[in-house]
Design a protein around this ligand. Structure first.
Ligand code: HEM
Length: 717
């Protein structure tokens, strides 16, 4: 062995000399240490004498090579430009000067390679493979008309998907290319172009729904929807490794930018189709059926099953859901119900402000004390807002004040707030894993989740017991109940008095309402105080309107809210920028077509609210906080004005923070009024500023919240 090495070594040097001689190179040293030494020596040689000029023939070769490379690049650029020109013409986009430049630079003659030519001229025989610049620009109109949106006439529809209904199945490959190229346009140009690209997408969807038979030639296959990777477990691993659960909203926003307005995502056990354009969302909701269904939160359902609790409307489906929901609507959604519970919410909001005033007075700094003193206090308002939301929920749901604004709020209530937070954060990872398996192996995620729910249930149980006793004793003591004396007994009392829901179902539903009613309102209120604080002009405008309306209504809270649409606009604007739930999901009950892709009935389709709220295709100047954008009747959401309030496609589907239709948030009216009333009292009493106006970082834990709660400075008016 040693001799072999010796022989090898003895040959190495002469061999190197030989190869360097043949290649005209200096001997190369392989050892890195030697390489470093060589580098120093070379640098020194370089200082001593300039390198000899390359031989003339070598220089000429280099020039020739460079020219060839440039010509090749120009040809490639021109090919791409010609492709783009074709698709710009096909989708009625304006000319791109860059493309014209690339085409001119090759003398306006481009011969497309066979594969590219096949994409745009599927029927072309080899004879037609040549692609002439003139033909690429034929029919292209560069006037302003092109940029003007036109209503989708049937002629447009035909142009947008020219092959609709008449293409053979094997064209799928090309269709996918069409999609990719359209996404290129979507991504590469400014908002105007994107709008047009998205219009083309939408037109495709509209036309196909109406004209093409699903599953036949014109509509693209489900499998062809752009996706983020087919293997759900690999994706789940990526989610975990990159901590994507907490940034799901950002991940969605980024993926839409990369893949266009529709994509599929397979993570763990979950398979979804994600969409963001209002027109597409309206198509989804049109197919939700009589018993709309959301994605099941299996972890919640499993908890109910193993503890043998009844399920409330959040977890029920079908006719069972519908019958309970109709009964609950009467108590929390109908105008008559709002009228009953609004004074209770107002009482809590006004007490909250009184408590804040005392705190600013006591702990604040600034000019003078007492009335007229402009004292300020900078606080993290989040713990107070959680207490406010819990106090308000208990008052409306159980008809009970629990004294959370006192100097020593009960530990039990604080524990409830922690339990809800824990339950929400532990739900998210469980969405992608089978809970029963985790239960069997005793995984800590599951144990913590179940424990949090147990706590929520025991809190609700105690409140319900108390409410039940109160009602029973008022029944036995006096002839009339609280309700019949005209005193509002809360949702619990109402349901008990009517006796249409069993006690078990009342418990199940009230527990869900409690669990769903605290963080969902406390968190948007944090965002609202922050945005009003960092936008002083907006704040002044809203306050002005509130003051006028308050004066006009003589302090009546409901009339004040009605006369101050900017307050409602503020809530809508906050939920646009920071939607509590970042998606609304549905299982369409029939096959549908979105963006010209076939989506079979029963697929989970998610309307992605966070990316939609921040998309320039949907909202002009999306990052600007502007409650006024909701005040014109045009921008009202479907829950407010019904479908089709505006003639533009999907215009009524931009405000969906509370979901849609018969399955929309049942606590919506409580939440809207609770948040508006609190803001109303705060604006009437304080001026808001923020010590730091940088954008808030957000994190997703089943609800979207600030990573670090914002600090707010309250100055007494
Ligand atoms: C800003 C506050 C809130 C937001 C943004 C919000 C959002 C939502 C959304 C998006 C849904 C699903 C709707 C759909 O699928 O179409 C929902 C359902 C629900 N929400 Fe809310 N919610 C809020 C406050 C509340 C409050 C205060 C309560 C309870 C008092 C509540 C209780 C529920 C319940 C029980 C459901 C299930 C309804 C059903 O399936 O029929 N939510 N919420």
């Amino acid at each position: 062995m040693e001799s072999v090495v010796k022989v090898k070594k003895s040959f190495q040097k002469p061999m190197r000399k030989l190869t360097s001689c043949v290649l005209g190179q200096k001997e190369k040293r392989l050892c890195s240490g030697h390489r470093a030494a060589r580098g120093t020596r070379r640098r020194k040689d370089h200082l001593r004498q300039a390198p000899p000029p390359p031989p003339r023939s070598y220089q000429a070769d280099l020039d020739k090579e460079r020219k060839l490379r440039e010509a090749m690049n120009a040809r490639k650029n021109a090919e791409r430009a010609a492709m783009r020109a074709h698709f710009r013409r096909k989708y009625k986009l304006s000319e791109d000067p860059q493309d014209s430049y690339h085409l001119r630079s090759v003398g306006s003659k481009v011969v497309l390679p066979h594969e590219l030519s096949k994409i745009i001229y599927p029927e072309a025989t080899t004879k037609d493979e040549g692609f002439n610049l003139l033909s690429a620009f034929q029919g292209l109109s560069f006037g302003p008309d092109v940029m003007r949106a036109r209503s989708p006439s049937s002629a447009d529809v035909c142009k947008v998907i020219p092959q609709s209904g008449c293409r053979p199945e094997q064209d799928h490959e090309r269709d996918y290319e069409d999609h990719v190229l359209l996404v290129m346009v979507w991504n590469s140009r400014g908002p105007a172009c994107r709008q047009l690209a998205s219009r083309s997408f939408s037109l495709a969807a509209t036309s196909s729904v109406e004209e093409a038979a699903v599953g036949q030639g014109g509509v693209w296959d489900f499998e062809e929807i752009p996706h983020t990777g087919r293997n759900g477990w690999v994706n789940l691993l990526k989610f975990w490794r990159e901590d994507r659960f907490r940034h799901l909203h950002k991940h969605m926003e980024k993926t839409f930018k990369e893949l266009g307005p529709i994509y599929r995502e397979h993570v763990g056990t979950q398979n979804t189709v994600n969409i963001l354009l209002p027109g597409d969302i309206s198509e989804l909701f049109r197919s939700e059926g009589l018993h709309p269904q959301r994605m099941t939160l299996t972890a919640w359902a499993t908890h109910r099953e193993i503890r043998q609790h009844s399920k409330g409307i959040f977890l029920k489906n079908g006719e069972e859901w519908r019958s309970d929901r109709l009964l609950l609507n009467k108590e929390v959604m109908m105008a008559s119900a709002v009228k009953r519970f609004l004074p209770l919410l107002d009482e809590v909001a006004s007490d909250f402000c009184r408590m804040l005033k005392v705190r600013v007075e006591r702990e604040g700094r600034g000019e003078g004390r007492g009335e007229g003193g402009k004292r300020s206090l900078t606080i993290d308002p989040s713990p107070d807002l959680f207490r406010f939301a819990l106090e308000a929920s208990c008052h409306v749901l159980y008809g009970e004040r629990i004294g959370l604004f006192s100097s020593s709020p009960s530990l039990e209530s604080q524990k409830f707030i922690w339990a809800v937070e824990r339950m929400l954060t532990t739900t998210l990872p469980l969405l992608f894993l089978p809970p029963r398996l985790l239960l069997r192996i005793g995984a800590p995620q599951w144990t913590q989740h179940a424990k949090a729910w147990d706590h929520i249930f025991s809190h609700a149980e105690a409140r319900i017991q108390k409410g039940y006793q109160r009602l029973s004793s008022s029944r036995t003591q006096g002839s009339s109940t609280a309700g019949s004396r005209g005193q509002y007994p809360g949702v619990l009392g109402q349901l008990m008095e009517k006796g249409q829901l069993s006690l078990d179902l009342i418990k199940a539903n009230l527990t869900e309402l409690m669990a769903g009613g605290v963080d969902t309102t406390a968190v948007p209120l944090q965002f609202a105080l922050f945005e009003l604080g960092r936008n002083p002009e907006v704040q002044d405008k809203v306050r002005q309107q509130v003051k006028e309306s308050w004066a006009k209504a003589g302090g009546d809270p409901q009339a004040t809210l009605q006369g101050a649409p900017l307050l409602k606009g503020t809530i809508k604007e906050i939920l646009r920028l920071y939607p509590v739930g970042i998606t609304v999901q549905r299982y369409p009950v029939r096959d549908i077509v979105i963006q010209n892709y076939h989506i079979p009935a029963g697929t989970v389709v998610q309307a992605c609210l966070y990316p939609m709220g921040r998309s320039p295709e949907v909202f002009p100047d999306p990052l600007r906080f502007d409650p006024g954008r909701w005040v014109s009747s045009k921008e009202e959401g479907p829950g407010d004005r019904g479908r089709g309030a505006d003639s533009t496609e999907g215009a009524g589907f931009r405000s969906l923070a509370f979901g849609f239709g018969s399955r929309q948030c049942v606590g919506r009216r409580i939440a809207e009024n609770e948040m508006q009333l609190l803001l109303m009292h705060i604006l009437l009493n304080f001026h808001l500023t923020v010590p730091c106006s940088d954008d808030l970082e957000t994190t997703y834990t089943l609800i979207l919240q600030p990573r670090v709660p914002p600090r707010i400075t309250l100055t007494k008016l």
